[in-house]
Design a protein around this ligand. Sequence first.
Ligand SMILES: O=C(O)C(=O)C[C@]1(C(=O)O)C=C[C@@H](O)C=C1
Length: 88
Amino acid sequence: MLEETRRKIDDIDSEIVTLFEKRMDAVNEIARIKKAHNLAIFDTDREKTVIENAQNRLKNPEYKMAVAEFFQHMMQTTKTYQRQIIKK
Ligand SMILES: O=C(O)C(=O)C[C@]1(C(=O)O)C=C[C@@H](O)C=C1
């Protein structure tokens, strides 16, 4: 039972990694554009939109807070990554 559900999570995680990599490629592209045009990495309005989009796409409203947290953490990660590559 536990093992079966964990296999389900492993399969889902595999899809998440594929999508994460695609998203990071886009973030990388954005970092290069921001560097070229001397734009700030942090964009509050855009982050609000990203979170609202995620919340509006949910089927189960019980996950609203969790999905907001998830995206906030992810954008923390993408900002750190952008700062690293912009420094280079
Ligand atoms: O859209 C941007 O400008 C990005 O840099 C991408 C991204 C994101 O991960 O979605 C990251 C940092 C910004 O604060 C907003 C959004």
